[in-house]
Design a protein around this ligand. Structure first.
Ligand code: KIV
Length: 268
């Protein structure tokens, strides 16, 4: 395994090779993702919708995110760990943002991610000035679900494409080291990617981004009720896990488990 991934190494990958990333929320999966050699792991606030059964990421708390960051960290040797700042952990004031971002770093994150553009420029500037690496996130920003009126592709009109580009410019100026582009048209993502000196990481933003990210439970097919267009399901783990558990249940009922070798025998 190569030396540990760092923020400058991630930035230097732009134009050399695609950046590979995925979310993880616990030690077990983080260890596998790390072993697979992903450049960064996002401890996403998507933990709310994937693991907690919530309808949105809005209720996710700092306490929960710090817990997940700690348990991901324990499984990681190589990948950069990025902690996702939850709703209201950075919007209320620069002081709150710095304190909460600092807590992510104290709990094992190497960097933080937050949503927004122009409106978070000054917050990000201050964070970066204190040595906190920040990843931006624009386009379909799930914490603005209520304003967007649902999980909708962004950048449809000329005006909203302009807003998106202005947001990206503000983030670059503020000093982010990478930007997640979520739920935007491929041609807009291409234009943005070619116009910025830092990597863009796409999710539902087409092939031209500098890297890609997916939510781990989506690509592994753990939730059969959720298959958005931008997700490629690499496995159907829901089916696999269900079938293994059904077999186990039947074995218990039919007294086929435990088998001979699974029991402790007293020596004569
Ligand atoms: O929370 C998350 O998983 C994310 C990704 C979708 C980029 O923000």
């Amino acid at each position: 395994m190569e030396e540990k991934m760092t923020v400058p190494k991630i930035v230097s990958l732009k134009g050399k090779r695609k950046i590979v990333s995925v979310t993880a929320y616990d030690y077990l999966f983080a260890r596998i993702v790390d072993e697979a050699g992903f450049d960064f792991i996002l401890v996403g606030d998507s933990v709310g919708t994937t693991y907690q059964g919530l309808n949105s990421t809005i209720p996710v708390t700092m306490e929960e995110m710090l817990y997940h960051t700690r348990i991901v960290r324990r499984g990681v040797k190589y990948s950069l760990v990025v902690g996702d700042m939850p709703f209201l952990s950075y919007q209320t004031s620069i002081e709150d943002a710095i304190r909460n971002a600092g807590l992510f770093l104290k709990n094992g994150a190497d960097a933080v991610k937050l949503e927004g553009g122009i409106q978070v420029r000054d917050i990000i500037k201050k964070m970066v000035s204190f040595g906190i690496p920040v990843m931006g996130h624009v386009g379909l920003t799930p914490q603005s679900l209520n304003l967007m009126g649902g999980y909708k592709i962004q950048g449809k009109s000329e005006a909203s494409i302009k807003r998106l580009k202005d947001d990206v410019e503000a983030l670059v100026e503020a000093g982010v080291f990478a930007i997640v582009l979520e739920g935007i048209y491929e041609d807009v993502a291409k234009e943005i990617t070619e116009s910025v000196p830092i990597p863009t990481i796409g999710i539902g933003a087409g092939v031209h981004c500098d890297g890609q990210i997916l939510v781990i439970t989506d690509l592994l097919g753990l939730d059969p009720t959720f298959t958005p267009k931008f997700v490629k399901k690499y496995r159907d783990l829901h089916k696999e896990v269900l079938s293994a558990l059904t077999e186990f249940k039947e074995d218990i009922l039919n007294e086929k488990f435990p088998e001979e070798g699974h029991s402790f025998k007293r020596k004569e």
